[in-house]
Design a protein around this ligand. Structure first.
Ligand code: SAM
Length: 250
């Protein structure tokens, strides 16, 4: 059962998702810690270990939100702060980013010209990430670009890794986003996706249902005064295919 929650159609989805992240941007990081009891940090750390990026890697982090994956990437690649590029305060155009891309090619610095481009459809989320970036010492090779995963504003064959963390279930046309990932990756590049799926143990499932339907929206209301957005997040996880499914259920 859906516990009486509505199911959203594909056509309404893009606008709905935009509204949700517009609303939650300000409280996004606090809510992630509250809802997951901090566990999202472990998941992201373990994602980065799997990624095992080496200096020189070019990463495109799609649905990158407030920068959690990008910052972990920078820390992973290099602990030495040095600031060659200071333009991360603004949204750059692909022309500007590709200029930086050329400039960093073959660089001899400790990170060997690594780059991480955070792409997100929502300006508010990017702005929170950019504010967080200003608190950091190491932002070398970091840039932000506004864009839709279904139509990435970047050129072909440019990235060694495409990552998308807790993002793909929000995308309306997932096959189209996958085509785009393929287009922007270099031959031999890696696609990495971190996402919620379904619990298989019936006891855990029952607990998870209670937690996600009855506690998460309450936390949303108490911390962010926004029941509906957190209700959407719960629904979107339920609608996402399970581990073995090949496509999204209708
Ligand atoms: N990756 C971040 C993290 O792990 O904390 C943020 C995940 S957040 C749950 C989902 C993000 O996906 C939001 O920032 C939202 O704006 C973005 N998003 C939703 N639809 C998108 C699309 N079609 N293209 C790009 N980003 C999208």
């Amino acid at each position: 059962s859906n516990f009486g929650y509505e199911v959203v159609t594909e056509t309404e989805k893009t606008n709905k998702v935009y509204g949700v992240f517009q609303n939650v941007a300000k409280n996004y990081d606090t809510m992630n810690d509250a809802m997951s009891l901090g566990i999202h940090r472990w998941w992201k750390d373990s994602f980065m270990r799997l990624m095992n990026a080496t200096p020189g890697i070019r990463l495109l982090d799609v649905a990158g939100g407030t920068g959690d994956i990008a910052f972990r990437f920078l820390d992973y690649i290099s602990s030495k702060p040095h600031r060659a590029f200071q333009k991360e305060e603004q949204d750059l155009s692909w022309e500007e980013i590709s200029q930086m891309y050329e400039q960093r090619e073959g660089e001899q610095s400790i990170d060997k010209g690594s780059m991480v481009v955070v792409c997100d459809i929502n300006k508010e989320m990017l702005h929170i990430g950019q504010a967080r970036a200003r608190e950091r010492t190491n932002t070398n090779g970091l840039s932000w670009i506004l864009g839709n995963a279904e139509e990435l504003p970047v050129a072909d064959n440019k990235f060694d890794i495409y990552s998308i963390a807790f993002g793909i279930r929000n995308v309306t046309d997932i096959p189209r986003a996958l085509d785009e990932a393929y287009r922007v990756l270099r031959p031999g590049g890696r696609f990495m996706c971190l996402e919620f799926s379904h619990v298989t143990n019936p006891v855990v499932e029952r607990l998870y249902d209670i937690y996600s339907f009855q506690i998460i929206p309450v936390l949303g209301e108490v911390i962010a005064e926004d029941w509906k957005s957190y209700q959407y997040l719960v629904e979107s996880i339920r609608l996402f295919p399970d581990q073995s499914a090949k496509s999204r259920p209708n």
